[in-house]
Design a protein around this ligand. Sequence first.
Ligand SMILES: Nc1ncnc2c1ncn2[C@@H]1O[C@H](COP(=O)(O)OP(=O)(O)O)[C@@H](O)[C@H]1O
Ligand SMILES: [Mg+2]
Length: 249
Amino acid sequence: MDAVLVKQVTKAFGPGRQALAGVDLAIREGEIHGLLGPNGAGKTTLIAIMVGLTEADAGSVEIFGLDVRRELPRVQRMVNLVRGFSGVLEKVTARELLIYYALLYGAPLGRVEEVLRRTGLWARRDEEVASFSSGWRQRFFLAKGLINRPRVLFLDEPTVGLDLDAALAVRDLIRDIAREGCTILLTTHYMREAEDLCAGIDLIAGGRIVAGGSPQALKDLVRTPDLPEPTLEDVFLALTRESLEVADA
Ligand SMILES: Nc1ncnc2c1ncn2[C@@H]1O[C@H](COP(=O)(O)OP(=O)(O)O)[C@@H](O)[C@H]1O
Ligand SMILES: [Mg+2]
């Protein structure tokens, strides 16, 4: 069974403002799956629909066979969402905030210590999250993302704005989380990150999936005698620009 199955999802934010135009996507259990596309492509909107924060106009999303619209409470117990650049309350420590999230998700309080240790935050548990550097803050948000033991974790640009060391630490954590059996959907603008982490990737542009496959299969799509060794950046530029030009025509 697929962990995530998206069928023909459409969403418009008003007349002529089609954010998603019939998206199909499938993610196998245990996979780290990349969703790559330029700003405005529809990634965040699709994620919001997949976790039940926004309703699609048409189409369906299933998480482990459960329809998000019909089984929302059950689905929301199985998923969690982490974004880049999230704000945090002042004057609240990492442990206090995680206790709050544990209560919100109905997770046992023992889970707070587990996720603090899991993300390397245990030694800093009594410090205010607002005082953390962006890298430590993002670790905190991954801890929050794990609080309900999600089967699917949605990571929307989790390393945006981080310096290289912090980004590498977050990538290592993402890899560990997947190794423990959690399925992950990752959006990122860093092609190297996608290539290092993702078994499967979908490219989205203008609200449509324009190509999908392993990093290698995607490179094969744009390989030419002039470009015998394409990078994922080459793939991204060729396929997302091409599709936007077709849509404009
Ligand atoms: N709440 C909203 N109201 C109106 N338009 C929106 C809203 N959210 C997203 N959009 C529009 O939908 C499109 C897709 O946005 P988004 O999903 O944020 O893309 P991405 O995450 O790929 O950058 C954009 O054109 C954006 O302006
Ligand atoms: Mg976005």
